[in-house]
Design a protein. Structure first.
Length: 225
């Protein structure tokens, strides 16, 4: 069944797209990328039987980038919180790129935010680049809107210390989003000395590029660079 899925994936191959996308993920060898656009892969998931999906989830590690994306898309279909978390925890050590990491936003998790928060704090303490990036991404996606938001989450992300580019960029992305959604609480972190300088400046840069940050707020942020 595994080989059958792999053959089907190669029938969806777009070599030119694979060449383009590989440039966005310099840490992944070109031969590990089949070349399948995500919308095409989403449609492919819908055509798989439940038995095929269950079998595929057991086949770790995968060889190709798109197989990891397919794995993530299957997890995202989960309607049960416990099984979703279980499959995520099995999969996390095998995530090796930002794109697969950032795609993982299972909707079921948004209905279990108190329980999820405990897992997020565990993942933030990981030494694995993409586990930490995923944890910050979850805090950004699920906990910045009114109703779920708490000031302490900003402090948790600001405390993340890493030399890894993909972690530092996610911290910057998180704070740029926080400046759009929780400006007054996020603003103090843009003062010098509140976080690592490169990350602080990247957060300001991304906020200045955002359409969700007001012109007035952008004007002040420019003065902090």
């Amino acid at each position: 069944m595994m080989d059958n899925i792999k053959k089907k994936l190669f029938r969806l191959q777009d070599v030119c797209y694979g060449d383009f996308h590989s440039k966005l993920m310099p840490n992944i060898a070109r031969e590990k990328i089949i070349g399948i656009r995500v919308p095409v892969l989403r449609r492919f998931v819908k055509d798989l039987s439940e038995a095929e999906k269950e079998d595929f989830l057991q086949q770790l590690p995968h060889n190709y980038y798109e197989e990891n994306n397919l794995h993530g898309l299957i997890i995202m279909e989960s309607k049960d919180y416990g099984s979703c978390i279980g499959e995520l925890e099995r999969f996390l050590p095998y995530i090796d790129n930002w794109a697969t990491c950032d795609m993982l936003r299972p909707k079921i998790l948004s209905k279990h935010l108190p329980e999820l928060l405990e897992k997020i704090y565990q993942w933030l303490a990981s030494e694995d680049t993409y586990i930490v990036r995923l944890a910050i991404g979850f805090l950004m996606s699920f906990y910045l809107d009114d109703g779920a938001y708490q000031r302490e989450y900003l402090a948790k992300v600001a405390e993340v210390s890493s030399k890894e580019y993909y972690v530092r960029m996610m911290v910057a992305w998180y704070f740029a989003t926080a400046l759009a959604k929780q400006y007054q609480d996020a603003l103090p972190y843009m003062q010098k000395g509140r976080m690592e300088e490169w990350t602080r400046r990247k957060a300001i840069q991304k906020a200045l590029e955002s359409r969700r940050v007001s012109p007035e707020h952008k004007e002040y942020l420019r003065s902090l660079r």
